[in-house]
Ligand binder design. Structure first.
Ligand code: BES
Ligand code: MN
Ligand code: ZN
Length: 522
């Protein structure tokens, strides 16, 4: 499905479906709604008069007007004008795209809702593009009944020349980010049989090639030479050897310290010798959702215009029982020399991340953020509407929380108090990898903190948000691609804040900074 921005009038566009948002409690139709109403012979006003449709948030109805160029007019409620924001604009486009797909329309025409004044046109355009892609998404790779996707094109129409001009780049960015999320969803939905660490490395190489990044993949001999005992330990029970994937983009601008983003890449988590119970074990194919988010981010990076280099690190292994598998009680030596007594082979995520954090240090990063489906406990704490955020750096935590609100991928901060660390001490080695059940998400984060010491670091436990338990406007039940939009938002804002802070610089730099501010997501 392609998304195009077109100069033109919604009312005169021939399309299988035309989507139109209506604000709640506004009797007078304005803008595109008035045009479409006129072209369709007053169909919308007639409907509103019956009271059957009031424009309540995400309420929707389909009209089949006897006049006008569109086969179907899809009305979507925008709710009260005062409550309308970029998040709602995104969801409106998502609902319209999904509905059009289900109806079998081939072309959907819509306007970027909010562009007429409630939102900045760029933000509205980006939200429309992103929302349409996300709402339309389905994972069909393994379905015999998938067929050709009905909806082949979404056209975002804008009449006004100035608004059109300021929407162009933003729509392009929305498309790249939306594609990045869909890529992450596809990867997480892929069964373990078809996504081993080796396959994941191949996918990473493809993403790098398409986004101007460099990919380096370390195999077992290289990891042995470096001393990545933790990743190697986790991968030992599997027929599919582990990989350590490094992606680098923008490293030529070496003056800037890079941002490092780490994604847990367990391609399947059986629990190992500490085997998981059978219920829901099939979902553990998504235990590489952190890695998927990093790859989705790299897909989107060319559209973000960042000054800093971005490094992606993906420690990848399959966690299996077997004759050679890691046993409870075994001691591993991580890259930084720390020894770890493995008290539970199912706490494997923190082991592979330990080596990735050790590796991150060599880049002298400005910040490190890891994303990991680390604990079931984070879902017990937060349900499925927020990921757990852990950081000792209040400024970094604040930036991430704000990016979460703006992108709609929400975070909730949990503590990292020193008192918790005592539980992770081992009698045999430096640390244990698993302790009490209570506060499980925090204990996992406290373990990681040891390996992140001295770096500006945040940990996101996305086990709660990487899989949606039921259909929502932007995502169907299943893998969500959580983290891609959050990271894009955070990195864009970070770039804007830095250029704004250095506005005392010469004119050229200031002009560039202003450009970026305008392009920033609202
Ligand atoms: N991948 C799991 C965490 C997980 C559980 C993600 C459920 C999504 C849904 C992780 O490797 C794991 O098994 N964690 C253990 C940690 C425990 C052994 C300390 C857990 O959450 O039970
Ligand atoms: Mn596990
Ligand atoms: Zn796991």
């Amino acid at each position: 499905m392609e998304i195009v921005l077109r100069r033109g009038n919604l009312a005169t566009r021939a399309a299988g479906a035309l989507a139109l948002g209506i604000f709640e409690g506004e009797a007078r139709l304005g803008g595109a709604a008035a045009d479409v109403d006129r072209a369709s012979g007053g169909a919308i006003r007639a409907l509103l008069k019956t009271g059957d449709f009031a424009g309540r948030w995400l309420e929707s109805v389909v009209l089949y007007p006897s006049r006008g160029k569109a086969k179907r007019v899809l009305l979507v409620g925008l709710g009260p004008r005062a409550a309308f924001d970029a998040r709602r604009a995104r969801q409106t486009a998502a609902v319209a795209a999904r509905r059009a797909r289900d109806l079998g329309a081939r072309v959907l025409a819509l306007v970027a809702h909010g562009a007429g004044g409630t939102l900045d046109p760029g933000a509205a355009g980006e939200a429309a593009a992103e929302g349409a892609l996300l709402g339309h998404y389905r994972h069909t790779a393994y379905r015999a009944d998938a067929g050709a996707p009905a909806l082949v094109r979404v056209e975002i129409l804008e009449r006004d020349a100035t608004r059109f001009a300021s929407m162009r780049e933003a729509v392009e960015r929305g498309v790249r980010i939306g594609e990045g999320v869909c890529l992450a969803r596809d990867l997480a939905a892929t069964p373990g049989q078809d996504l081993t660490p080796e396959n994941l490395a191949d996918r990473a190489r493809e993403v790098a090639r398409a986004s101007g990044a460099r990919a380096t993949v370390l195999g077992v001999p290289q990891m042995e030479r470096l001393g990545m005992g933790a990743v190697l330990g986790v991968g030992r029970g599997s027929e599919h050897a582990p990989r350590f994937i490094v992606l680098e983009r923008g490293a030529a601008r070496a003056k800037e310290r890079p941002i490092v983003v780490i994604g847990k890449g367990i391609t399947f988590d059986t629990g190992g010798i500490s085997l998981k119970p059978r219920e829901n074990m099939h979902k553990m194919k998504y235990d590489m959702s952190g890695a998927a988010a990093v790859l989705g981010l790299f897909h989107a990076l060319p559209a973000l215009d960042l000054a800093r280099p971005v490094i992606g690190l993906i420690p990848s292994a399959e966690n299996m029982p077997g004759g050679r598998a890691l046993k409870p009680g075994d001691v591993l030596r991580a890259l930084d020399g720390t020894t770890i007594e493995v008290t539970n082979t199912d706490a494997e995520g923190r082991l592979v991340l330990a080596d990735a954090l050790g590796y991150a240090r060599r880049f002298r990063p400005a910040a490190v953020v890891d994303l990991a489906t680390l604990t079931g406990a984070v879902s017990i704490a937060l349900g499925h509407l927020a990921a757990g955020l852990f950081s000792e750096d209040d400024a970094l935590a604040g930036e991430l929380l704000a990016a979460g609100e703006a992108s709609g991928e929400r975070l909730w901060r949990l503590p990292l108090w020193d008192g918790y660390a005592a539980e992770m001490r081992s009698d045999t080695a430096d640390l244990v990898n698993s302790a009490a059940r209570e506060g499980g998400a925090i204990l996992g984060a406290v373990f990681l903190r040891h390996f992140a010491r001295g770096m500006r670091w945040a940990h996101l436990d996305i086990a709660s948000t990487a899989w949606a338990p039921s259909d929502r406007p932007l995502e169907r039940r299943g893998p969500t691609g959580f983290g891609v939009r959050l990271l894009c938002e955070w990195l864009s804002r970070e770039a804007t804040a830095r250029t704004a802070a250095s506005s005392a610089r010469p004119r050229g730099a200031r002009a560039r900074a202003a450009g970026r501010t305008r392009a920033a997501r609202a």
